[in-house]
Design a protein. Sequence first.
Length: 499
Amino acid sequence: MTVQTKALRVIMSLGALTLSMIPSAADTNLALNRPATGSSACASSEGPEKAVNGSVTGGNSDKWCSTASTRYLQVDLGVPASITGFTVKHAGAGGESPAYNTKVFAIQLSTDGSTWTTAASTTDNTASTTTHPIAAATARYAKLVVTTPTQTTDAAARIYEFEVYGTSSGTPGGGTIGVFDHIPQFGIYTSNDPAGYTPPAGVLMWNRGTEFARKLTDAEKALIGDDLRVRVSYHAQCDNYDRIGTVFYVSVPKGTTPTATTPRVTLQDFITPFSNYWRGAKANYTFRDADLGPYAGALADPARDVYLGIGGGSNPYGGDPCDSHPEVTPEFKAIGFKYSMSLISTVALTARDHDVAGMISGVRETTNSVTAGPVRHTATSNRGDIALVIAGYGSAAGGEEYSSTTVTVSVNGTRVGSFSTAVDCASLEQYSPDGNPGIFRNNTTNNPRSWCAGGLIPSRYFPTGDITGKDVAVTIGIGRPVPYVGDSGYRTSVSLLEH
């Protein structure tokens, strides 16, 4: 072989490799916004979903990070696909030191999520972005397994993007929608909008920075599936008390911008833990996922503009944790805590009635019989479900915060269900380092409660029965004597979900 022939073969080989490393026009990043799981994250703001959100420019929290003994990141592509390659964007791609780039890792594929085959591996990487072409292989799941996370002894795997290229054999269902990222909660007792704060582009700010909402795009609606759930993360700051939080939505005609007074539907209420900015790992907390499947059709409605919201506000107060940290700025002190929120689905959305009628949303009721409606309906099957979110509040001695009771639900005068509001808070004590441990104990005996700090307020559903030709009225019975003590009341939300 002549030197020229050998050189030509090398050039041809390099050229072929370069071309194979560039996804063809038919190949797409099948992992983008797909459901992702992984080993435990360094912080709640650095979960697996950050590695498939299509972004590396959001700072240190725009990555998946894990220090677990077995570090892995797994993506469900939704349907079997022909996989032709991967791109991994390591720490340096996100602006961190290249010393944190992943050194030893492997990429595995699976058709069922149980049996895995190694498709690519690297044993001595230093690059900030690596590309891994493979011979086409069929798989639904892709997993990045990190053996040596950095070039140093640092134990944290840092992956800004995990991209899986190929062509899909069908239409994948579901995906992940990042709705809010560290959205602040300002004080509920202020009378003005927060000074010097501008919400992110496309985000509406209401009620002096205690509520925020943004419109779902058509592309985001297409990711909503039957198993829709919402994931809320809390990022502690100055207010270390338990506060009411809420996830809601507003549905309006196309091209309409809602306001703070536009009728809304409560999706999920929750209570923040007792924590503060200086509590290390416990400064961040992710609530368990809440099921929003019953609302999936309404949130994905192509004929309406749908705005997702989160809020409730905080109460930075004299004597709070920020008072002992003079180094923080006034802007920092004005924020009690922040929220992040994502919608997650893993399957496609089936055709269904889109209509939800909000009857009451987040109203403090002070009587033991609450009436909602009547409302008209367009249910095609003349049936539906009543969605109810209710819990007692009021911290004065003998207040409803320290009680549980029986609640009854009637539709058009007919009893359709009842339940106890009693909960056991013991498992959540560990997430509230600033809280009184006593409130988390003996809740089903001598220390009753209807909600827990760090917990979700249960959403409950009751069938309406046949509502042919009828408007729908709902009566909620609260088994507690009135008047309630002090400022006690029952925060109540009622909606009609049509079938």
